[in-house]
Design a protein around this ligand. Structure first.
Ligand code: HEC
Ligand code: HEC
Ligand code: HEC
Ligand code: HEC
Ligand code: HEC
Ligand code: HEC
Ligand code: HEC
Length: 464
């Protein structure tokens, strides 16, 4: 017993210490440290007084079942083995469907993108193809990646006794964990990630939101452990905190506890109102005043002062900042410092998904320092422009005018006009973002926003 607890404790501490989900854990470290301490304490108390163990029908009798009351987590393990299962619902029972509960807070006026369609048809249509729109979505046949076909729908950990099966049943998608001779199902309710690099999955247990153990990565079309998860464990109790949703959703009603939300309140995707402000008043006014041509009750970021405009993007592209007060309180026109702690400089230089601070990196570029450049000189948030190097190069040419502005021009075999960015804003993968896959480690490359002369990148580009 003591031995198992010790191992489990090591596993928990490791979960926190491993450079986790795209560096996200670093942001969470303070809370997680406290969590681990509490878990340890709870574990200790549990093993000291066996009587507190709740009786369970399943799993098999040779497994150890611990209820960690502080965190509402069940732990299931086996002697002589390091692996374990963590779930927020009772082993042997299913998770409970989310309940239809009344919101805790009044919605400050977020109405969702569908409400814009009737008057901004074109913008609405093109926006549906963007990474922002797709960054959180309900799970269904057309949104979910990866194989659910027997033969290619499994993820085997290095422990032969622990594996996962991805199952499509009716309109339900679920992950089935096989842990020795015990198995259980967890549904996939919400997709996080537009599939550029990955999709990870969330599910509801009552009004709690948790991450599933298995993630899909686009590179190689593979099922893998969610980054930071321990190989050989089945962890289905990782809570999804507000800050995580704040960067990947438009609106949610927080119920006051770490990962508890009102299910019906959510507006998925990073949509119009995160950049334009809550639009209820705008929509109501223009529905009642069909002839009005002057916009009422809405912010156009183009009208904001330069740095203030960029802070709109900085809510989510400004590095790993902790919240100062309530999530979702930032409005276009506000300053980041009033809502978030300063970013962690050490994390910022790591250039991984959750730390590649475009706001800071761009601000250090000569282009930025010697012009009035903002994010929207290169990005139109209403269109999917992903991977369109030619288009991005044309945006450079708005200021640089001619290919011959490039000190490297002319050069045999280089299509200058078609691709400025691979030489001056190279995609760099980082050792800090390591995803373990069946075929080895994968490092999703990211675009560095420090625009510069880069001889290394030029060499790589010429070699292609
Ligand atoms: C009933 C019609 C109507 C609806 C619905 C509507 N708008 Fe508008 N919107 C307008 C009109 C009219 C204007 C002013 C003319 C223009 O700029 O197109 C406008 C302008 C805007 C502007 C530019 C403001 C400026 O100062 O330049 C933004 C941004 C905007 N709307 C966002 C939204 C968003 C986001 C939604 C959905 C949540 C939405 N609108 C829904 C009618 C509507
Ligand atoms: C500070 C804002 C922020 C927070 C907090 C945050 N994310 Fe992200 N996340 C981003 C941004 C921005 C990207 C895309 C970066 C890029 O494209 O370079 C991203 C990318 C991702 C991706 C990959 C998307 C893809 O299409 O490949 C996943 C999955 C993801 N985040 C999940 C999460 C989860 C789960 C959490 C909470 C534990 C979280 N994120 C917290 C901003 C954030
Ligand atoms: C990621 C931030 C972001 C999102 C999401 C976003 N916008 Fe915008 N929007 C901007 C910025 C920045 C501008 C000003 C620059 C420009 O015109 O592109 C703008 C300008 C506008 C304008 C006024 C300019 C024009 O061309 O008429 C309208 C209207 C508008 N957006 C509507 C929408 C609607 C509707 C959605 C959702 C379907 C949406 N926006 C989503 C950032 C965003
Ligand atoms: C509320 C959070 C949020 C805000 C505000 C926001 N973004 Fe994003 N952005 C994200 C997330 C999350 C992703 C990752 C989407 C994914 O791949 O899942 C992303 C992705 C992107 C991408 C990559 C798109 C792709 O498909 O490759 C660009 C470019 C981008 N954002 C630019 C901007 C700009 C410019 C602004 C300001 C006008 C802005 N964002 C505002 C959260 C945000
Ligand atoms: C808003 C205007 C603007 C845009 C857009 C712009 N630049 Fe610049 N850039 C400048 C200015 C101004 C300078 C400094 C003067 C110079 O070297 O021409 C500069 C400098 C540079 C330098 C020299 C940097 C150094 O450290 O010496 C490079 C390289 C560069 N730009 C590449 C690009 C590329 C690639 C793009 C497109 C991805 C781009 N720029 C987009 C304005 C811009
Ligand atoms: C094959 C790689 C490559 C491509 C493609 C490329 N550049 Fe360059 N660029 C370089 C190198 C290398 C230098 C430094 C040349 C030197 O030694 O002065 C440079 C220098 C520059 C400078 C600084 C010039 C100076 O004299 O300070 C600018 C501005 C620039 N490039 C802009 C661009 C733009 C705009 C494009 C796209 C039209 C582009 N580059 C395409 C490799 C490239
Ligand atoms: C000089 C042009 C330029 C400016 C200005 C610029 N970006 Fe980018 N950005 C790019 C290019 C080019 C890419 C690569 C796009 C692609 O390949 O799909 C990119 C990609 C991104 C991505 C996806 C990251 C990735 O690794 O693929 C995000 C997020 C982003 N930009 C956010 C921003 C934000 C926020 C700002 C303002 C602080 C900004 N960008 C300003 C040129 C620019």
């Amino acid at each position: 017993m003591r031995n198992l607890n010790y191992k489990h404790w090591i596993a928990l501490v490791s979960i926190v210490l491993v450079v986790a989900w795209f560096g996200y854990d670093a942001m969470q470290s303070k809370r997680d440290d406290a969590l681990v301490r509490d878990l340890m304490k709870a574990q200790q108390q549990r093993s000291d007084s066996e009587t507190e163990l709740s009786p369970v029908s399943e799993p098999p009798a040779d497994m150890v079942v611990n209820w960690i009351s502080d965190e509402n987590i069940w732990f299931v393990g086996k002697y002589q083995d390091g692996g374990g299962v963590e779930i927020p619902f009772r082993p042997g029972e299913s998770r409970q469907q989310s309940e239809d509960v009344a919101p805790r807070h009044e919605n400050p006026g977020f109405v969702g993108p569908a409400e814009c369609q009737e008057c901004h048809q074109e913008k609405y249509q093109s926006f549906l193809a963007t990474g922002h729109y797709k960054t959180s979505r309900p799970v269904n046949e057309s949104t979910i990646d990866g194989s659910f076909q027997p033969g290619t729908n499994t993820f085997q950990t290095s422990d032969p006794n622990v594996s996962f099966e991805m199952i499509h049943q009716g309109d339900e998608f679920l992950q089935r964990t096989h842990f020795f001779d015990w198995s259980f199902d967890v549904p996939m309710d919400i997709i996080m990630g537009s599939s550029k690099m990955a999709q990870t999955y969330l599910y509801w247990h009552k009004d709690g939101l948790y991450q599933l153990n298995v993630t899909h990565i686009t590179d190689g079309n593979q099922w893998i452990n969610s980054p930071g998860y321990i190989d050989g464990d089945a962890a289905y109790a990782r809570p999804i905190p507000q800050r995580c949703l704040e960067c990947h959703m438009t609106y949610f009603d927080f119920r006051g506890k770490i990962n508890h939300y009102t299910p019906g309140s959510m507006i998925l995707g990073v949509t119009c109102e995160r950049c334009h402000g809550p639009a209820k008043e705008h929509v109501e006014f223009h529905r009642e005043n069909r002839d009005a041509r002057e916009a009422v009750g809405i912010t156009n970021p183009a009208d904001l002062e330069r740095l203030t405009q960029m802070e709109v993007c900085g809510q989510c592209h400004g590095g790993s900042r902790h919240l100062k007060g309530d999530a979702l309180s930032f409005r276009p026109g506000d300053h980041l410092d009033d809502h978030y702690q300063p970013p962690d400089d050490e994390l910022d230089v790591k250039n991984s998904v959750h730390t590649s601070n475009q706001l800071t990196r761009l601000s250090q570029s000569e282009c930025f320092l010697q012009s009035q450049m903002t994010c929207i000189d290169c990005h139109d948030p209403h269109h999917n422009e992903r991977g369109n190097q030619k288009l991005f190069s044309s945006r450079c040419m708005a200021c640089h005018k001619s290919e011959s502005d490039c000190g490297f021009f002319p050069h045999e075999g280089v299509e200058f006009a078609e691709n400025c960015v691979d030489c001056h804003m190279p995609r760099r993968s980082t050792e800090k973002l390591r995803l373990k896959s069946v075929e080895g480690d994968v490092f999703p490359p990211l675009r560095d926003h420090l625009i510069r002369i880069d001889h290394e990148a030029t060499k790589v580009h010429l070699a292609k």
